[in-house]
Design a protein around this ligand. Structure first.
Ligand code: SF4
Length: 225
C-alpha cells in the first residue's frame, strides 16, 4: 500500500474526508489538495453535479505527475468510465500514436486529464453547469501538475478552461495564454478518427503540424527554461 493510500486513514486527513463535496455550492479553494490521489479520492465520491450518479469510476488522469505538457480532453467515454483512466479507447490509442510520432510519452513528458471527471450519459457534451461544478478539480489538478504547456483537445475543452467559444477549426494550432501558461487548442482525436484523410490541409495533416510545433516549443523550454 502506498504512503498516500495509508495517509487516507490518518487522523490528519479525517477533515479532508469530511469535506467531500456533495454540492456545487461547496467551494474547493486553491490549495485544498496536496496530492492528485487525494483529489481523485474526492472525485470518486463527488456529487457536485448529476454525473456522479451514473459513473463507474471518476477519471482523473494518467501520465507523469510532473509532466511539462498536460493534455485536457472533454469527459470520459465508456472505456474510460470502466477503467478509471482517460483516453484509453480508440481516441486514446490515436493520441498516444500522435505523441509518439514526436517522441512524447505519458511516462515522461505528458500528463492527460479531462474537463469533467465523470462520464456524461450517452457520451453527450457536458452541460455548462457540469463543467462549472467540476472546474475546481481541474484547477487543482493543473496547480499540482504545474505544466508549462497545456493542449486542449476540441472546442469543449477550450471553452471549459479558457471560456473561449471560437470553433476549434479557427483556433487550433494557435498559442494562447491562460493564467500565465501556454495553451494550444488541437483537434480531438475522435474527430481525426472520423476524418482519416492524410492529405495536405486535412485535419490529420494539421494535427501533424500542431504536434511538431508543440515538440519545438517543448524543446525550447527544456533547453532555455
Ligand atoms: S463530473 Fe466532476 S463535479 Fe460532477 S460528480 Fe463528477 S467529479 Fe463531481
Amino acid at each position: 500500500m502506498s504512503e498516500t493510500q495509508l495517509s487516507l486513514f490518518d487522523d490528519s486527513t479525517l477533515n479532508q474526508r469530511e469535506l467531500i463535496p456533495t454540492d456545487a455550492k461547496i467551494p474547493i479553494p486553491p490549495g485544498t489538495y496536496t496530492t492528485i490521489d487525494e483529489l481523485a479520492n474526492h472525485c470518486n465520491q463527488c456529487h457536485r453535479c448529476g454525473l456522479g450518479n451514473t459513473r463507474t469510476h471518476a477519471v482523473v488522469g494518467r501520465g507523469n505527475l510532473q509532466a511539462t505538457i498536460m493534455i485536457i480532453g472533454e469527459a470520459p467515454g465508456q472505456t474510460e468510465d470502466e477503467t478509471g483512466l482517460p483516453f484509453v479507447g480508440r481516441s486514446g490509442q490515436l493520441l498516444d500514436k500522435i505523441l509518439a510520432s514526436v517522441n512524447l510519452t505519458t511516462e515522461n513528458e505528458v500528463y492527460i486529464g479531462n474537463i469533467n471527471k465523470c462520464r456524461p450519459p450517452e457520451n453527450r457534451v457536458p452541460t455548462s453547469e457540469e463543467v462549472a461544478a467540476c472546474k475546481p478539480y481541474l484547477l487543482e489538478q493543473i496547480r499540482l501538475v504545474d505544466p508549462k504547456i497545456i493542449l486542449l483537445t476540441g472546442a469543449t475543452a477550450v471553452k471549459g478552461l479558457t471560456g473561449d467559444k471560437r470553433p476549434i477549426t479557427k483556433i487550433r494550432g494557435q498559442w494562447l495564454e491562460w493564467e500565465g501558461r501556454l495553451c494550444m487548442p488541437i483537434f480531438h482525436p475522435s474527430y481525426l478518427l472520423r476524418n482519416p484523410s492524410k492529405d495536405k490541409g486535412s485535419p490529420k495533416w494539421l494535427m501533424w503540424q500542431d504536434i511538431q510545433a508543440v515538440r519545438a516549443r517543448f524543446d525550447e523550454i527544456r533547453n532555455h527554461g
